[in-house]
Design a protein around this ligand. Sequence first.
Ligand code: MG
Length: 377
Amino acid sequence: MSVAHAPRWPLGVALLGATGSIGSQALDVIDRFPDRFRVVGLLSGRRLPNRTARYTVRASDPDAGARVREMVTDPECDLVLVAVPGACALEPTLAALDAGKRLAIATKEVLVMAGEVVMRRAGPGAIRPVDSEHSAIWQCLWGEAPESVARLILTATGGPLLRHPGRDWRTVTVEQALRHPTWSMGPKVTVDSATLMNKGLEMIEAHHLFGLPLDRIEVVIHPQSVIHSMVQFVDGAAKAQLSHPDMRLPIALALSYPERLPGVVPPTEFARVGELELEPLDRERFPSVDLAREAARRGGGYPAVLNAANEEAVAAFLERRSGFADILPLVRSALDGFRPERADPPPGVAEPELAAILAADAYARQHVRERLGKVEE
Ligand code: MG
């Protein structure tokens, strides 16, 4: 579906995930530019955001699904910021795309599990990345012809455990895994950056957003988080986007594109930045990027299995029901045990591809819960 209307100011914004890390930084940006943006709707998890809007929905409300659908399809809503963690963002994302809305997507899980379905439903330019790496690549691609692009280079900080001594992950605590060196983010994505699964998920996300094959997407370690990602072109040139590690920059750009808003973050003082290190990814120590690549290559429901198994394993770790060292083996085991033909699609989903993805998601969650000895009734 095409984007129905030209930009109009102030832009009506619906925030899915209003009290999380991305949502509260988005509200910061919105409040600084009141002539540009107004909040139409808010969906939040645990507590209600402290402000009024046409729609205010708590995820636990019994009619939350229907009200969110109403919010994201409302004629007053121009753009939906998708920033609720995890697979539950898929349904409202599809509803907003079908209604011809622009989307700023921070929830990479949506593109990982259902990238093909989502991109097919999105009109040209309807989806704007919020993930800092993808925002960087997006910016590097402006004005470039697709055939000029040789490869995408995703930078990774390496997360809180990059310099962790030894290779034994069994002693890693929740506190250690949550101590990110440069970014302040929600707990799920912070654990994902400790395992580096975040970079695996981002590779699949980049593959869908920019339409490049997986073997032309590379990961390099860059601990300072100043270079947010790069694009290499066929002539040998490369472009990078550099700025302070502050999510308000990619958020503001996703809201205001094609305009750049003044003073969103302080300009980088390059003379004071110091050393910028780039080093190869240690694939033996951090096998998650290869695991993600394998799932994406197998296609079908496999990326959804990867994503759902990871979500369940990370949740169990954060709730101290299992160890940090269990996360990747649980994902591995879910991928190995997956039999697409045996996964039961949920009732009432007409689109076969989407039904298969949701079946894969449900299988992986059940598989991990069984492994953890916590089969839910
Ligand atoms: Mg990122």
